[in-house]
Design a protein around this ligand. Structure first.
Ligand SMILES: NC(=O)c1ccc[n+]([C@@H]2O[C@H](COP(=O)([O-])OP(=O)(O)OC[C@H]3O[C@@H](n4cnc5c(N)ncnc54)[C@H](OP(=O)(O)O)[C@@H]3O)[C@@H](O)[C@H]2O)c1
Length: 334
């Protein structure tokens, strides 16, 4: 009998990185799809910073993963059995199938994807949730327009790399903040950013002043903490801050300091708005038409960091996101 290898949440983690005591890896019999259902075989499981929040109790934009449930995750794979009128065996699909090798689905929230446009793993990356986040966050929330200076933190990652590239396509000056010389070099040489700032090299403020001689019009904030605080005084009047993520706080073991420079929101009349990509879902087709065309034309490069080890490697691979160990969209080949 073929088996489904699953990763289930069994214990809420203490603050900090996740550890294997919170998860149980089990082999379970592969289920047969019922009427109106299909079964997919996962090929790539997406690892996303938000996962650290999904396993915590408390108010958020989605309910926490329940104890005993398969860990929530996007994954991409192939339909291998179907009683669903719209999904055929062999279809390539992406959805919230969880950290497991096989999943049963009724098709809700599942997208069939075209691997002629880009390989399957890109549909959980640049043509998936991170790509949509960059697109809507920059253009709808950040309201970036030609001539703006756009700063993005966690710039070499899944979302950040695309924010900079889309900013360039829209005629903006793109400045990325990343950790270390290798990532910073790639921002300029591969992604085409105008400038890169290494937050690990010290004096972030002076580096930003040099990289943004005309100030900052749009901050695409992925990190928060000291990075946000250093950006705030450098924002231009009527600038926009799209708060996409606060990754510096996700694994904090003490209460992170609030932004001390919040007064610039007042004095510079800034607009600061949180964004959750799912709020824009009704326009996903519009965004995907642009993103897909840019990928096909070679105008958008997708940096992917695909790791081996299957679902067993979930915990150690996820933690790479909070320590800067990934370089591009992180996923597990399963
Ligand atoms: N709101 C939404 O709907 C939505 C959707 C998707 C993603 N997001 C958010 O977008 C952000 C980026 O996500 P992603 O999937 O693209 O991840 P990613 O950028 O591919 O990977 C995370 C990166 O964050 C950086 N980082 C981690 N801890 C840091 C710290 N303490 N200080 C500075 N940088 C740190 C690391 O890069 P360095 O090596 O440069 O430090 C790491 O490689 C996250 O905050 C995530 O929560 C939000």
């Amino acid at each position: 009998m073929s088996m489904n290898r699953t990763v289930r949440l069994v214990k809420r983690p203490a603050p900090g990185l996740v550890s294997s005591v919170s998860f149980e890896i089990r082999d379970e019999p592969v289920a047969e799809p019922g009427d109106g259902e299909f079964r997919m075989r996962a090929e790539y499981v997406s690892l996303d910073p938000a996962m650290r929040g999904w396993v915590n109790e408390g108010k958020s934009y989605v309910p926490p993963v329940a104890l005993g449930d398969v860990m929530r995750a996007f994954s991409a794979g192939t339909v291998e059995a179907s009683n669903h009128p719209e999904f055929r065996v062999g279809d390539k699909v992406v959805g919230l199938f969880g950290v497991q090798t096989h999943a049963i689905s009724d098709g809700r929230g599942v997208q069939r994807v075209d691997t002629d446009i880009a390989p399957l793993q890109s549909w959980i990356g640049g043509l998936g949730m991170p790509g949509l986040t960059a697109y809507f966050g920059l253009l709808r929330v950040g309201e970036a327009k030609a001539g703006d200076t756009v700063v993005v933190s966690a710039a070499s990652g899944a979302v950040g790399s695309l924010v900079g590239q889309i900013a360039k396509l829209k005629g903006c000056r793109a400045v990325g903040i990343a950790g270390g010389p290798e990532k910073c070099r790639a921002l300029i040489e591969v992604d085409g950013f105008d400038a890169a700032v290494d937050y690990k090299a010290g004096d972030l403020g002076a580096q930003l002043d040099k990289a943004c001689p005309d100030g900052i019009d749009v901050d695409f904030e992925n990190v928060g903490g000291e990075i946000l605080d250093t950006i705030l005084p450098r924002m231009n009047t009527f600038g926009r801050i799209a708060v996409c993520g606060l990754i510096s706080a996700y694994t904090a073991t003490s209460v992170p300091p609030g932004p001390v420079n919040l007064r610039y929101v007042l004095t510079q009349r800034l607009k600061m708005q949180g964004l959750i990509v799912f709020d824009f879902a009704r326009d996903n087709a519009v965004a995907l038409a642009d993103l897909g065309a840019w990928v096909k034309e070679g105008k958008l490069k997708l940096r992917e960091d695909v790791r081996e080890g299957g679902v067993d490697a979930f915990v150690e691979t996820l933690n790479l996101l909070y320590t800067g160990g990934n370089f591009g969209k992180l996923s597990l080949k399963v």
